[in-house]
Design a protein around this ligand. Structure first.
Ligand SMILES: [Ca+2]
Length: 255
């Protein structure tokens, strides 16, 4: 994996409109995430946030304003952080049962990029699926052909953990990565201690925005989930609510 560290350049809002033009008039505005109808991820600046800018944590809590739904993306289930031909090659080398189990690990993947924060892809961990050839359950939003998200925007996934705090400990790592033309661009990884901090606000259902500010353009945005316990079945271990490319940060008021 190559990791590029390049100074983020400012870019006007017009640039993304240009890059994402021809997208069936979708503008990527998000709906949902209202506190009174909370389905696990509230979009009022109260959800835990682990977003970096050039490797440094951005202070405050993320509020998603725009989703990659603007591009009518395809949602692809994968593993090992692979995209494109490398993923196809790996899946082609595996038995049908393994591939079927992997594909069945993510329910309603399209809900992770439908512009609605109240809908989510659900990830199930199946004992025995991971730990050998496969190391992670991935979900990638593939920006529609010809479109890219320019540098200066975000690569962020909104997550919730329906099983509560205990579900945070299921994961060894959570990684968000980008690629362009199937070449790896940037990556941010939460290790176990960073994941455990996501539950620090004490919500019954922990939720979080994870990812980074993109210093390189991308056309694929992937989240990789690596479980720590490989011998358990966990249904609905994590929900992937939305992939967001833009938003702002709110500093929680002291109380
Ligand atoms: Ca959604």
């Amino acid at each position: 994996m190559r990791i590029f560290k390049i100074t983020t350049s400012a870019i006007s809002a017009g640039a993304v409109a240009l890059a994402l033009s021809g997208c069936d008039n979708l503008n990527g505005d998000v709906v949902g995430g209202e506190p009174e109808s909370a389905t696990g991820l509230v979009n009022d600046g109260s959800a835990a946030t682990a977003i970096t800018d050039s490797g440094n944590p951005v202070p405050g809590n993320f509020i998603c304003s725009h989703s990659v739904s603007a591009t009518n993306p395809d949602l692809v289930i994968g593993t090992n952080g692979l995209v494109g031909g490398l993923l196809t090659d790996l899946l082609g080398s595996l038995g049908l049962d393994v591939v079927t189990n992997l594909l069945n690990s993510v329910a309603t993947p399209e809900a992770a990029a439908d512009g609605n924060l109240d809908t989510a892809a659900g990830v199930t961990l199946t004992a025995g699926l991971l730990g050998g050839t496969l190391s992670s359950v991935d979900l990638t939003a593939v920006v529609r052909e010809g479109g890219t998200v320019p540098s200066g925007y975000y690569a962020v996934a909104g997550l919730s953990f329906p099983g509560g705090i205990a579900n945070l400990s299921l994961f060894n790592s959570i990684t968000v990565r980008t690629s362009l033309l199937d070449l790896p661009q940037e990556v941010a990884t939460l290790d176990q201690s960073a994941i455990s901090l996501l539950g620090i606000n004490g919500s019954t259902v922990p939720s979080a925005w994870v990812g980074f500010k993109a210093t390189r353009p991308y056309d694929k945005l992937t989240i990789s989930l690596v479980p720590g316990l490989l011998a358990v079945n966990v249904g609905n271990a994590v929900r992937i609510h939305e992939f967001c490319y833009d938003g702002r940060f709110k500093i929680p008021s002291a109380s």
